[in-house]
Design a binder for this molecule. Structure first.
Ligand SMILES: [Zn+2]
Ligand SMILES: [Zn+2]
Length: 255
């Protein structure tokens, strides 16, 4: 199983280790057809982009690179943080509308939106130390993610359930309703095949991304192929699979 696109790449604008061009060059070098730069939204502690405006700056850089790297479709996106229990993202709608692709994800080290969101954010940071909160956190994480899917209709949700537990059935329902893709994150080797099987059974479609922070990791999607095969997921449910007869329905939504 091979993939034609990788939609979750980071650059030095957030916590990536290489420039946008170095990531693009790596993708072009290995013959990928499509990529998306999706740096962390501004409210990730220490690692996010400086401000949401920076995302537009990255977009301008990408525009120039498109002329140099013809044959590769380069998208400008973001991995936005969910910063409240009612699903608010850390990037304004006007900016999201100017980007090509929206990934929404849960991360535990973010600045919460309001005072009421503090126990949820802090709770996830100390979840390992205080396991009694597990069920409450799982419910809160699920609610925040589901609300974000309904409010913003992202193309992709990044690594659902990674370090922040969620209820698969609830999130899958929202993904189906809003045609949001469930990410298999090859960089984090997440989720495992049992989860993938459960998500697939609910009819949700997948995208496999590398979450690369280095040029060498661009297009490193082998884990995705392995886990999808092991879980027995049919090709039409894998959006960026290379076999032309199955994939190639555009991932980008019209905003
Ligand atoms: Zn992430
Ligand atoms: Zn990421």
């Amino acid at each position: 199983m091979e993939f034609y696109g990788d939609y979750h790449l980071h650059s030095t604008y957030s916590d990536g280790h290489s420039s946008v061009e170095e990531m693009v060059k790596a993708a072009s070098g290995i013959g990928l057809e499509e990529i998306c730069l999706a740096d962390h939204g501004p409210r990730n502690f220490a690692v996010g982009v400086e401000s949401a405006q920076t995302l537009l700056q990255i977009k301008e850089e990408i525009k120039a690179l498109r002329e140099k790297y013809t044959g590769l479709q380069i998208y400008a996106g973001v991995e936005a943080n969910i910063i409240s229990l009612d699903g608010q993202l850390d990037v304004e709608r006007e900016i999201i509308e100017k980007l090509d692709l929206l990934i929404a994800g849960l991360h535990s080290y973010v600045w919460p939106e309001g005072f009421g969101d503090v126990p949820w954010i802090l709770g996830n940071q100390v979840a390992k130390v205080f396991p009694l909160q597990k069920k409450w956190l799982q419910n809160a994480n699920t609610k925040a993610l589901v609300e974000a899917i309904y409010r913003y209709e992202p193309e992709i949700i990044s690594h659902p359930g990674l370090k922040m537990e969620i209820n698969i059935a609830e999130v899958a329902k929202a993904c189906l309703a809003k045609e949001t893709l469930w990410e298999i994150n090859a960089g984090h080797k997440h989720p495992g095949y049992k989860e993938v099987r459960e998500i697939a059974r609910r009819g949700v479609e997948f995208v496999v991304n590398s979450d690369a922070h280095f040029p060498e990791s661009v297009g490193a999607l082998e884990y995705g192929a392995w886990v999808l095969e092991k879980a027995g997921v049919p090709a039409p449910q894998i959006r960026n699979i290379k076999e032309k007869e199955h994939g190639h329905e555009n991932i980008i939504k019209i905003r």
